[in-house]
Design a protein around this ligand. Structure first.
Ligand SMILES: CC(C)(COP(=O)(O)OP(=O)(O)OC[C@H]1O[C@@H](n2cnc3c(N)ncnc32)[C@H](O)[C@@H]1OP(=O)(O)O)[C@@H](O)C(=O)NCCC(=O)NCCS
Length: 158
C-alpha cells in the first residue's frame, strides 16, 4: 500500500499481462505518450505474448490497469520497454515498484545487467531513472528495423 501525493490510498498488484488487458494497456500507453507512429502497440503485444510472456508486467488496482513494464532477458542483458504509470497515480512509487519487480525477475533468471532506452525527446524521465540507479553507460544505441509495422518511409528507433 502506498499513498499518493493527494493522500488517496493506492494499492496495486503486479501480475503478468493477460489478453483481456490489451485495450486498457494500449490506452495507458497512448495516454503516457509511448505509442509512436512507427510501432503498432497491438503487434508489440502479440509479439511479447510469444516471447517470455511471464515478463510482461501489468499493475492492477481496483480492477483497472494502472501500470505496465515489458521486461525481457536475451541471455546477456535484461531490457525494460513500455514502462508506464497512469497519470493519476504517478509519484506514488508505482513506477519504482514496477522497476523493482523487473529487476527481481531478471536477477532470478541470472541476468547481470539491465539496459533500457529512453527516447531522446523524453528528457525528464532520464532524471527519474537516475534516482533508481540507472546511468548513461557510454554506449550509442543503434537500431535497424527488421519488420515494418506501418507502410511508408518512417524508419525510427525504439
Ligand atoms: C516514468 C514513470 C513510469 C514514473 O512512474 P511513477 O509511478 O510516477 O514513479 P514513482 O512514483 O515510482 O517515482 C519514484 C521517485 O521518483 C521521483 N520522481 C518522479 N518523477 C521524477 C523526475 N522527473 N525526476 C526526478 N525524480 C522523479 C518521485 O518523486 C519518487 O521519489 P521518492 O520515492 O523519493 O518519493 C511515469 O512518470 C510515466 O508513466 N511516465 C510516462 C511514460 C514514460 O515516459 N515512461 C518511460 C519510458 S522510457
Amino acid at each position: 500500500m502506498n499513498a499518493s501525493s493527494n493522500g488517496v490510498a493506492v494499492s496495486a498488484r503486479i501480475r503478468a499481462f493477460e489478453a483481456a488487458d490489451t485495450e486498457p494497456v494500449v490506452a495507458l500507453w497512448r495516454a503516457a505518450g509511448l505509442v509512436v507512429p512507427w510501432n503498432d502497440p497491438y503487434r508489440d503485444i502479440e509479439r511479447k505474448s510469444t516471447v517470455q510472456p511471464e515478463l510482461f508486467l501489468v499493475a492492477e488496482a481496483a480492477g483497472a490497469v494502472v501500470g505496465t513494464a515489458m521486461v525481457g532477458y536475451d541471455g546477456h542483458r535484461g531490457w525494460v520497454n513500455y514502462l508506464a504509470v497512469d497519470a493519476t497515480r504517478r509519484g506514488s512509487g508505482l513506477g519504482r515498484q514496477l522497476m523493482a519487480e523487473a529487476e527481481r525477475l531478471l536477477v532470478e533468471r541470472g541476468c547481470p545487467k539491465l539496459n533500457l532506452q529512453v527516447r531522446s525527446t523524453n528528457t525528464s524521465v532520464i532524471e527519474w531513472y537516475r534516482t533508481l540507479g540507472y546511468e548513461p553507460d557510454g554506449a550509442v544505441s543503434l537500431g535497424k528495423r527488421l519488420i515494418p509495422d506501418v507502410a511508408g518511409p518512417i524508419d525510427a528507433a525504439t
